[in-house]
Design a protein around this ligand. Structure first.
Ligand SMILES: Cc1ncc(COP(=O)(O)O)c(C=O)c1O
Length: 352
């Protein structure tokens, strides 16, 4: 395991949105579901604007999240996206030896470093299909962060192997930002109260297209929730975001998310089948998230050529454990995927 400092070469603050910010490209870089938020949710949010004069009251949203996961409200904290939760965890908890399991979303490590921590890295291996080997996590780690399913590998780790990382005196943070894109949310640890030190993070920004609204939540033991809440500023989640959270917990919304998860599975299979036609492309097996990770020799140049052909793909080199031969692609509808595959064909031809 490595311990890294600020001189590290990876740009931990690079995210997919930077790949589409300044040019009009077809976006396979950002993992937010397309055609979202749905109209019914947009309307609920719009209706909430009449109440903007009042300070936000998070009680109903908190109760709705608690009920959805069959937990008491004191195990729930609403946050301005999962991103806020990373900062709260880094600032509020008295940890001495945090470890992040990579490759994964880089903000948890960036937030820990910003809070003054030295961060250890466990680098899962390509030859193991980026699957978790719990034995790689050092025994003395008192905070472990892992994503499930993991961005960018799209690997869904078994809940049991993640739960096996729990130890007395250790905080085990499982970032489930994309779990609602997995049919049945199998392998989710949300709602579990038998895993000591468990902290589950959830996001509502991807499946529901609310990245600009900022809404997510934390599920954890009441003492941890209380410590995180003390670190939050007053009124951290706006009234429209609270209304959205409550709405996304309804039975109908959960059914819609489940339906979308199944559709993503079909569309991902189409993308993977198309990618399998290219000798130059190797995909990480067993993708379960709404994105796939691929290896192409010279992927950085391929990505540039794709941009000139109108498509944005997420670079892989900013993820610890990957490098310039990796790209991440969001799963899109069949028509977009077909167009992308044609562009990839051209990009590889030009390069070859
Ligand atoms: C794995 C993962 N976790 C968390 C986040 C942050 O999500 P939010 O928009 O809820 O802050 C992202 C955003 O890209 C992500 O990819």
């Amino acid at each position: 395991m490595d311990t890294h400092t600020d001189t590290d070469a990876h740009d931990l603050r690079h995210h997919g949105d930077a790949e589409v910010r300044d040019e009009k490209l077809i976006d396979l870089a950002v993992n937010v579901r397309t055609n979202t938020p749905p109209d019914w949710l947009r309307e609920r949010i719009a209706d909430s604007l009449t109440g903007l004069a009042a300070y936000p009251d998070g009680r109903a949203a908190r109760a709705a999240v608690a009920e959805r996961h069959d937990l008491p409200s004191n195990r729930v904290l609403l946050t301005a996206g999962a991103a806020e939760a990373f900062v709260l965890l880094a600032r509020a908890l008295p940890v001495r030896r945090p470890v992040v399991v990579h490759p994964q979303f880089t903000e948890p490590e960036a937030a820990l470093r910003d809070a003054g921590h030295e961060v250890g890295r466990v680098l899962l291996r390509e030859e193991d299909g980026f699957r978790l080997d719990p034995a790689m996590v050092p025994e003395d780690a008192d905070l472990v962060v892992i994503g499930n399913p993991t961005n960018p590998t799209s690997v869904l780790h078994p809940a049991a192997s993640i739960a096996a990382l729990a130890r007395p005196g250790r905080v085990l943070v499982v970032d489930e930002a994309f779990m609602d894109a997995v049919p049945g949310e199998r392998e989710s640890l949300a709602g579990r109260t038998d895993v000591p030190g468990l902290v589950v993070l959830r996001s509502l920004t991807k499946t529901w297209g609310l990245a600009g609204l900022r809404i997510g939540y934390v599920l954890a033991e009441p003492e941890t929730i209380a410590a995180l809440e003390r670190t939050q500023p007053l009124w951290p989640v706006s009234t429209p975001a609270l209304v959205a959270a409550e709405a996304c917990m309804s039975r109908a919304a959960l059914a819609e998310a489940e339906h979308a998860a199944h559709r993503i599975g079909v569309e991902r299979a189409h993308l993977l089948a198309g990618l399998a036609e290219f000798d130059e492309v190797r995909t990480v097996a067993g993708a379960e998230g709404p994105f796939v990770l691929l290896r192409i020799d010279g992927a950085d140049a391929v990505r540039e050529r794709l941009r000139s052909l109108g498509f944005a793909a997420r670079r892989g080199d900013t993820f610890p454990g990957l490098g310039r031969n990796w790209l991440r692609l969001a799963v899109r509808d069949r028509v977009t995927t077909n167009r992308f595959l044609q562009a990839l064909d051209q990009a590889l031809l030009i390069g070859g």
